[in-house]
Design a protein around this ligand. Structure first.
Ligand SMILES: C[S@@+](CC[C@H](N)C(=O)[O-])C[C@H]1O[C@@H](n2cnc3c(N)ncnc32)[C@H](O)[C@@H]1O
Length: 256
């Protein structure tokens, strides 16, 4: 493995403990850490019953599963079997621990999204949260997602919204043009040896890549930042600009 993938794998291995600590920051002693599913009633953008009524009994794969929250949460909704795939061994270690905390069935595999070690047409449902922006070869990765889904299988794909990415919340300025797409390096922590490599894309790029991979996009949702969703504007010190842009873009697409 070379180039950006190796860099991202190293970065996620370095970042994993701190990243999962953020996930679990509000977990009281003795409580189970959070394990939300993208198919929960209160998931960002809400359920889309016209596209998918339920995941109960569905074969489900989480692509870029990180600490396994989506896999575990979706297993709790009745999906079976459940598989999570991620590049980072450290992230997968957290995922297996979360699975064991909850006592659900899920299998976690270390692999790249452009080369899934999964059989053709083996899943009814797939989802991904905040991972495909780190994939350089988007067409290849979406082609793999399409390959492992059965015909009419559902993909819920969410990435950070490009408007949120380019806005500097402190100065209120755009840090680059919406149309400046391509590779970008992000320093997460000066103490980490690796940087995160992300690939900026417009919403149209993402939409068209899904269509080109054989998906029919049935819903496109632009959701507000979680802190905005959960806070009262009259009683919050969140930057006003954070309320003015979507923080993620989410596609509900069907494999044709
Ligand atoms: C921001 S985290 C999100 C994880 C999880 N979905 C969540 O919501 O917390 C992104 C994850 O994508 C994984 N990732 C990045 N590039 C990947 C690739 N090319 N193949 C597989 N996983 C990748 C990283 O290792 C990391 O765990």
């Amino acid at each position: 493995m070379t180039g950006y993938r190796q860099e991202n794998r190293r970065l996620w291995n370095e970042w994993s403990n701190d990243f999962q600590a953020l996930w679990n920051a509000d977990t009281a002693d003795g409580d189970l850490p959070p394990a939300p599913s993208p198919f929960d009633a209160d998931a960002p953008g809400g359920p889309q019953p016209d596209v998918l009524e339920s995941v109960d009994g569905s074969a489900y794969v989480e692509l870029g599963c990180g600490g396994g929250q989506g896999s575990v949460g979706t297993a709790r909704l009745g999906a079976d079997p459940v598989v999570g795939v991620d590049l980072s061994g450290e992230q997968l270690r957290h995922a297996r621990r979360l699975r064991d905390f909850y006592g659900v069935e899920a299998r976690f595999l270390q692999a790249d999204l452009t080369d899934l070690p999964l059989a053709d047409s083996s899943f009814d449902v797939a989802s991904s949260e905040a991972a495909y922006q780190m994939v350089g070869h988007l067409e290849g990765a979406l082609g793999e997602a399409h390959r492992v889904l059965r015909e009419d299988g559902v993909l819920v794909l969410s990435v950070p919204h490009p408007l949120y990415e380019l806005l500097d919340l402190e100065t209120g300025e755009f840090r680059w043009s919406y149309f400046d797409t391509g590779r970008r390096e992000i320093t997460i922590d000066e103490e980490y040896e690796s940087v995160l490599v992300a690939f900026d894309r417009t919403v149209a790029d993402l939409h068209n890549a899904l269509v080109d991979a054989g998906f029919e996009v049935q819903r496109l949702l632009e959701t507000k930042h979680q802190e905005v969703r959960e806070s009262d504007p009259a009683d919050s010190d969140l930057p006003e600009l954070l309320r003015m842009v979507p923080s993620s873009v989410r596609f509900w697409a069907v494999a044709r």
